[in-house]
Design a protein around this ligand. Structure first.
Ligand code: R5P
Length: 299
């Protein structure tokens, strides 16, 4: 198996190859003066099973174009199979038409990946069950929830002391799985509202009984608004300690500042998205999904 990495999350790709007991194969990304890019595979891939690791986080369009080009280069190089490991799958939130006249972005991306010659896609914690239906090729969804459950258990946070919180109704599937992994830890659901035109988030109430310690679980943190609003609501309802577990550190806009200044104690994310030094903050803790991905690739 030959593993290549795009430029979006090379540090995760490097960990994955260590876990696989191999090395990254050579890939060159050349940038023309006008900003266009060309990729070149530097290893022979004829009749090889190949893997390309590329998170499609910000800059999302650029990272997707690079992924399309790498898949095309592998195909032209005669690869036997091409698997894309896309730890964070960009555009997944637009998985259906929310308002008349909108596109279905994730379907467009899936169709392009099918067309360029990809054979299989591996992603981590997809936003909804609908997303895998967009693909015409086999897809695998891995989950960081067992990694989160392990940390929660190691901390000694159990169902008598803690309550899981999903910051919106869309997280119900996720919270139920984590609850089962934690000996049926109770959970509450925040009733979040998002203005579809402005993106502004608000929440006035939640369903369920809360205690003194809350563990908020989400698939991704983008602006940080969802977490900040949920944390405010929990604090107003007597919660003293709040821990956040979210798979994808999308961290757009002022998210690091908002999270650091929010009422939460710690924010656990994974390395599906590369977090630059400037975006790190004191409350942030990063867990790795490299073993999860390496295990899937070698099975
Ligand atoms: C929404 O349905 C997602 O699960 C996340 O809650 C959301 O994308 C987080 O976005 P933000 O950090 O911008 O509120």
């Amino acid at each position: 198996m030959k593993v290549f990495s795009g430029t979006s999350n090379k540090s995760l790709a490097e960990k994955i190859v260590v876990d696989l007991g191999t090395r990254l194969s050579g890939l060159e990304v050349f940038v023309f003066p006008d900003g266009e890019k060309r990729v070149r595979i530097l290893d022979k891939v004829v009749d090889e099973d190949t893997v390309v690791v590329q998170s499609t986080s910000t800059p999302v369009d650029e990272n997707y174009m690079q992924l399309f080009f790498i898949v095309d280069a592998l195909k032209r190089g005669g690869a036997k199979s091409i698997t894309a490991v896309v730890p964070y799958f960009g555009y997944q939130r637009q998985d259906h038409v929310f308002r008349e006249g909108e596109d279905v972005s994730v379907k467009v991306i899936a169709e392009i990946l099918d067309t360029v010659g990809l054979n299989r896609v591996i992603a981590v914690d997809l936003h909804s069950v609908k997303i895998r239906e967009a693909f015409g090729i086999p897809s695998v969804e891995l989950s960081a929830l067992p990694i989160f459950a392990k940390v929660i258990k190691e901390k000694g946070w159990d169902k008598d002391s803690s309550v899981l919180v999903t910051p919106d109704m869309g997280g119900i599937r996720r919270i139920k799985i984590l609850s089962e992994l934690l000996d049926n830890m109770p959970f509450v659901t925040v009733e979040k509202n998002r203005d579809l035109a402005t993106g502004a988030v608000s929440a006035k109430k939640f369903e369920g009984t809360i205690g003194k310690k809350a563990i908020i679980v989400d698939d991704m943190i983008s602006s940080g608004g969802t977490i900040a609003v949920a944390a405010d609501l929990l604090k107003k309802n007597g919660v003293e300690e709040i821990y956040v577990f979210a798979t994808h550190a999308v961290f757009s806009e002022k998210a690091p500042k908002i999270l650091q200044e929010s009422g939460v104690n710690s924010v656990y994310v994974t390395d599906t998205v590369f977090v630059s030094e400037e975006k790190k903050f004191a409350k942030l803790k990063i867990l790795s999904v490299s073993k999860l991905i390496a295990t899937s690739l070698s099975s």
